[in-house]
Ligand binder design. Structure first.
Ligand code: GLU
Length: 290
């Protein structure tokens, strides 16, 4: 049996906090205990929010916690060609379409739908895509593309689900309501998700799936906030014929008031805690690790 492969995949759009420490340590220690490999992946597709100083701070903070990782580190912004290749495959299967609306345009459409009744929301609480881009005529689509209008590429969810058939994943941790074991994946709950954004030629869902496959990741250990996203990941893996990792979603570290931690909060930031003289051992205590 090849060794298991774990990864910690932060976005360098802020400083790491206690929740990241928990996730990184769980991955690192699971790899060590299982004789496996541990990778760090920098998820920096969003050029407007990611900054080199945040990436440097990730290295420092993880090093302080006693975590080591293999090099070279995969930085997503170096690999847009890999995501492009996946988009080309999905396009050739007829599963993508361009949508031209602005954010404000979409918000307006949602408002109009909501005036007629309840409009469905995805598991994160965002309204499903209400646009009509899928039903534009081929001529109209061509006209807009030729005019140079900016567009996102969306997955035709119904067509993708028809192609994929039944989907499930193996959960060794748990979902927000204790879901564990064989989980039925219901990607339709997300609607026609964006796979390439207007401002960046990929998306979180696409790049995470491609990278996990290219890096041979066998075990995805991450926060419960991503539990329901796994349905979209499973769908893309199936359609693109990629291997299926096992998942272990863990509970989120919360602040004293029970709220999710934010990258902007100094109270739980690793570099602030370090500056205040806290040791890595004390951080472990704080997040309930032995
Ligand atoms: N980059 C994602 C984040 O920082 C994590 C992705 C994942 O673990 O699948 O939330």
């Amino acid at each position: 049996m090849p060794p298991p492969v774990f990864r910690f995949a932060p976005s360098p759009n802020g400083f790491l906090h206690l929740g990241h420490a928990y996730s990184a340590l769980l991955n690192f220690e699971s790899a060590r205990e299982g004789g496996g490999r541990f990778l760090l992946r920098i998820e920096d597709i969003d050029a407007t929010r990611c900054r080199p100083e945040f990436e440097a701070a990730i290295d420092q903070d993880l090093g302080w916690l006693g975590i080591t990782w293999e090099t070279p580190v995969r930085r997503q912004s170096d690999h847009f060609a890999d995501y492009r290749a996946a988009l080309d495959r999905l396009a050739a299967m007829g599963l993508l379409y361009p949508s031209f609306e602005s954010r404000a345009g979409i918000a307006g459409l949602v408002k109009a739908r909501e005036a007629d009744g309840v409009w469905p929301r995805d598991p994160d609480g965002a309204p499903l895509y209400p646009g009509a881009a899928k039903s534009l005529s081929a001529t109209e689509r061509e006209r807009r593309l030729r005019s140079g209008a900016a567009y996102a590429l969306r997955l035709d969810m119904d067509a993708a689900c028809r192609l994929a058939g039944d989907l499930a994943w193996t959960e060794r941790g748990s979902g927000p309501d204790g879901e564990t074991g064989d989980i039925v994946a219901l990607p339709k709950a997300w609607g026609d998700v964006v796979l390439a954004r207007k401002d960046t030629p990929t998306s979180y869902h696409l790049s995470v799936v491609i990278d996990d496959a290219l890096q041979g990741v066998t075990d995805v250990v991450r926060g419960q906030d991503l539990f329901w996203s796994t349905a979209v990941h499973r769908l893309l893996q199936k359609i693109l014929d990629l291997p299926q990792p096992v998942y272990r979603h863990h509970g989120l570290i919360r602040d004293g008031a029970g709220a999710k931690l934010s990258k902007a909060s100094a109270a739980t930031g690793l570099r602030e805690l370090r500056a205040r003289g806290m040791t890595a051992g004390e951080v472990r205590n704080l997040i309930g690790l032995p």
